[in-house]
Design a binder for this molecule. Structure first.
Ligand code: MN
Length: 487
C-alpha cells in the first residue's frame, strides 16, 4: 500500500496511517507511535551511556523516547530509522523505489521559502549554557563527553549566501563552545572562505527534524548545492525556513531546537575521541571551534540523538550514497540495475552492484567505475540480476559459485580511501573488486540455478492442515497421549 512512487506530494488525509508527507519530527513520531514502533523509557534514565545502551538494544526494532533524562526537562528521542523499510516509508515509497525516489529529488530539487516566524523560535535564549538548556547524551565508552550527534549544520557561503547542510559531530566543550570535526568538504570550504576574509563563519545547528531532511543532508552533491532543496523535493513541498535571531542563516521553521553560532577563524581546540561509523573511535586532535550565540526552540522541544556507529548512523549515510553511486554508474553503464552498501561494510566501504546481461568484460569496467564513485568505497562485488543484493547470503553465494580469484579479482593499490578506516595509511589504501557475474561464454546449463517449480507462487496456508493437526500427526507417527501404540 506504500509503493506508489511520487505519491509523497499528496500526503493524503491518512497522514497518521502513512509515513509519507512527514514534514517534521512530531509527524514521524506520531506515525511510529500509531504503528507501535515508539517505545517509552522510564523517566530519569542517565544521559551518560544509559540512554545510548537502551537505544542500541532497540535499534533494529523501535524508536525510543526518554522523558526527563537525568531530570532534564527536555526529552530525548533515538532510533528514528531502524531499517531501509522505515526510510522508504518516511518518503512514501516501497523499498524498490527508495533509490529512484532519492535520485529524482536530487535531479529536481525544490527551493525553500522564507517565513517570518516559526515554532522553532517560540523560546529564545540569549544567555547560553548548552548542557543546562539541552539534554546532550554521551554515547560510546571512550567518547570525550556529551556530543550533539544528530544536528544538521547549516552554513552560509560568505561570498554568495548559498547554504550548505551537513551533519558533523559536535563536542560540548564549554557552556557556549562546541568542538567540531569538519572534514575537507563543504562546511570546511565555507569556513576557509570566511577565514580568508578575516571573518567567522555563520552557522546553525538544527536538532529534531523529519527523516527526509536528515536524508537530504547526506546527499553527495557539489559545493553550493543547498541540500534543503532536496528535502523540499522529498516532501513534495518547499521547506519553510526562518531567519536565525543572531545571524543570517535560515533554518527549518518546524524544527525542534536550533543553536545559532559562528565557526571562529584561526582558533582550534582538542576534540574527540568519538565513536564513529566504522565501529572504532575517531581520534582526539585540534579541531574547529564554534561559539554559540543563542539557542532557540519550541515551547516543549524534543532532542534527537543518533548513537555513533549505530544503525541509524549507518543507514543515514548509506542510502544517499547508494543513490549517488547508482546515478553515476548508470550514466556510464546501462547494464547497472541497482547498488547496495552492505551493513557489514558499515554502509560505506562494501558495495554490491547488480548488473543485467553485461557485455564481455564490462563487469570489470563497472568495478573501476564504482571505485571512482566515492573514496570510501573499498570493496565492490558485481553480481547478475538474479542475485538479491540486499541479502548477504545471496551475495556470498554468487562469490562462491561465480568467482575465481586469478581471473575475476581486481586490486588497485595506493588509492584514496576513508581516513576512519584504521588499516589505511592516513586514508590511503587499496581497492578490491570481485567480478561475481557468470563468465561470458559459459555453458548455460552449468549456471542454471536449481529451483522447485511452484515454490514461489505457493499458497502455503492453503495446503497445510491447520485444525486438528496434532491429533492427525499423533495418528500417523504413533505417539498418542496415552502412551500406547495405535496398533
Ligand atoms: Mn554540501
Amino acid at each position: 500500500m506504500n509503493d506508489q512512487p511520487g505519491d509523497a506530494a499528496q500526503g493524503g488525509k491518512d497522514g497518521a496511517g502513512e509515513g509519507h508527507g512527514c514534514r517534521d519530527l512530531r509527524q514521524w513520531l506520531t506515525h511510529l507511535s500509531a504503528t507501535e514502533r515508539l517505545a517509552l523509557a522510564n523517566p530519569g534514565l542517565g544521559l551518560r551511556h544509559e540512554l545510548a545502551a537502551v537505544a542500541k538494544r532497540l535499534e533494529n526494532e523501535r524508536a525510543v523516547l526518554f522523558p526527563s533524562p537525568d531530570q532534564h526537562a527536555v526529552p530525548v528521542v533515538a532510533n528514528l530509522l531502524a531499517d531501509r523499510g522505515w526510510i522508504a516509508e518516511s518518503l512514501g515509497v516501497g523499498q524498490d523505489q527508495l533509490l529512484p525516489r532519492y535520485q529524482q529529488a536530487v535531479r529536481a530539487p525544490l527551493p525553500w521559502t522564507e517565513v517570518a516566524a516559526g515554532p522553532v523560535q517560540e523560546v529564545v535564549h540569549r544567555e547560553v549554557d548548552i548542557a543546562r538548556q539541552l539534554p546532550v547524551p554521551t554515547h560510546n565508552e571512550l567518547d570525550s563527553g556529551p556530543y550533539i550527534a544528530a544536528g544538521l549544520m547549516i552554513a552560509r557561503n560568505p561570498e554568495n549566501g548559498i547554504q550548505n547542510v551537513s551533519i558533523h559531530r559536535c563536542q560540548i566543550s564549554g557552556p557556549d563552545r562546541i568542538g567540531v570535526l569538519l572534514l575537507p568538504r563543504h562546511t570546511f570550504a565555507y569556513a576557509e572562505m570566511a577565514e580568508r576574509r578575516g571573518q567567522a563563519l555563520e552557522i546553525a545547528i538544527v536538532i529534531g527534524i523529519d527523516p527526509a531532511s536528515l536524508l537530504a543532508s547526506q546527499a553527495i552533491v557539489p559545493l553550493d548545492y543547498d541540500e534543503m532543496t532536496i528535502a523540499g523535493a522529498l516532501h513534495g513541498a518547499p521547506v519553510e525556513m526562518v531567519k536565525c535571531t543572531s545571524n543570517e542563516v535560515r533554518v527549518p521553521a518546524r524544527a525542534e531546537i536550533v543553536l545559532e553560532g559562528r565557526v571562529l577563524p584561526g582558533e582550534s581546540e582538542p576534540e574527540g575521541p568519538f565513536g564513529e561509523f566504522p565501529q572504532y573511535y575517531g581520534r582526539r586532535a585540534d579541531r574547529h571551534v564554534i561559539q554559540i550565540d543563542a539557542i532557540t526552540h519550541r515551547q516543549r522541544p524534543i532532542f534527537h540523538t543518533i548513537v555513533g556507529g549505530g544503525v541509524e548512523h549507518l543507514l543515514l549515510g548509506g542510502v544517499p550514497r547508494e543513490a549517488t553511486l547508482l546515478e553515476a554508474l548508470q550514466r556510464n553503464f546501462p547494464c547497472v540495475r541497482d547498488v547496495h552498501l552492505s551493513r557489514g561494510g558499515v554502509c560505506r566501504y562494501h558495495l554490491v552492484v547488480q548488473v543485467e546481461r553485461p557485455q564481455p568484460g564490462q563487469a570489470k569496467n563497472v568495478l573501476m567505475g564504482a571505485f571512482a564513485g566515492h573514496y570510501d568505497v573499498k570493496q565492490v562485488v558485481v553480481v547478475d540480476d538474479d542475485v538479491d543484493i540486499h541479502n548477504a547470503d545471496e551475495v556470498d553465494w554468487a562469490v562462491a559459485t561465480r568467482f575465481q580469484a586469478d581471473r575475476d579479482l581486481v586490486v588497485v593499490a595506493g588509492s584514496q580511501g576513508s581516513k576512519l578506516d584504521p588499516t589505511t595509511d592516513g586514508g590511503v589504501g587499496a581497492k578490491m573488486g570481485l567480478d561475481a557475474t557468470v563468465p561470458a561464454g559459459a555453458d548455460e546449463f552449468d549456471f542454471t540455478r536449481i529451483r522447485v517449480p511452484g515454490e514461489a507462487e505457493l499458497d502455503l496456508e492453503g495446503v497445510l492442515d491447520g485444525d486438528g493437526a496434532a491429533a492427525a500427526i499423533a495418528d500417523i507417527i504413533g505417539t498418542a497421549s496415552d502412551g500406547e501404540t495405535s496398533a
